[in-house]
Design a protein around this ligand. Structure first.
Ligand code: 3PG
Length: 222
């Protein structure tokens, strides 16, 4: 691919593996940053509450700069990029300092771009065939998305025996109430969710309240 050929062979990502990253906390906050000025204090609030792994979604104009700001200014954070849907976004977020990439789904051109970048990738899957396809490409950790819509805990229980090699980070519709049950499943490594950084609290810059939500989420057992 032209995208990968523009990069020298030694320009690969070097950092923690996906397994190491997903092992850092039971919950990954899914974040939408509308104002760049909120990026660092929000990340600091989440890290202070015990959630160092942060998924900044590429759904706002400020997202890439927010990733850069967090990567440079919040040493305790492991910032990743979410909602990565195009190969062209892969090197942009890696160069901004993202340590991992999350997608809502996967297709060959995206998977190939991420593999070429060397950056850890948590790809989205919603069906047994998608899970198997990604496993065949080497992805043992996958995001079940949108988790509640595609079967939630029942789906994960059904997948556990026939596709035992895959561990999931269910995301989409997970709540503080359902998170403990998800985390109790043997094929769940962590969960993702937006409830830890609600837009209202971010808009109000209520970082203390967000630290409180993060602290509760960080105390969940796996
Ligand atoms: C998303 O895409 O926004 C994530 O899946 C988070 O979903 P949630 O808002 O249901 O937690």
């Amino acid at each position: 691919m032209a995208l990968t050929m523009t990069r020298p062979a030694d320009d690969l990502y070097r950092g923690p593996t996906l397994e190491e990253i997903l092992g850092l906390a039971p919950v990954i906050p899914v974040i939408v940053i509308e104002k760049l000025e909120d990026a660092v204090p929000l990340a600091e609030a989440l890290v202070e509450g015990g959630l160092p792994v942060l998924e900044v979604t590429l759904r706002s104009d400020a997202a890439i700069e927010a990733i850069e700001a967090i990567a440079q200014s919040v040493p305790g954070a492991v910032v990743g990029a979410g909602t990565v849907v195009e190969p062209s976004q892969v090197f942009r977020v890696r160069d901004a300092g993202a340590r991992f990439i999350v997608s809502p789904g996967a297709y060959p051109a995206l998977t190939e771009a991420v593999l070429a970048s060397g950056i850890p990738f948590l790809p989205g899957a919603a069906t047994p065939s998608e899970v198997m396809d990604l496993l065949a490409r080497g992805f043992r950790y996958q995001k079940l998305f949108p988790a509640e819509v595609v079967g939630g805990m029942g789906m994960l229980k059904a997948l556990a025996a026939p596709i035992a090699a895959v561990k999931f980070c269910p995301t989409g519709g997970v709540t503080p109430e359902s998170a403990p049950d998800y985390l109790a499943l043997p094929n769940v490594v962590c969960v993702g969710g937006s409830w830890i950084a609600p837009p209202k609290l971010v808009a109000a810059k209520d970082w203390a309240a967000i630290t409180g939500l993060a602290r509760q989420a960080a105390s969940l057992r796996r």
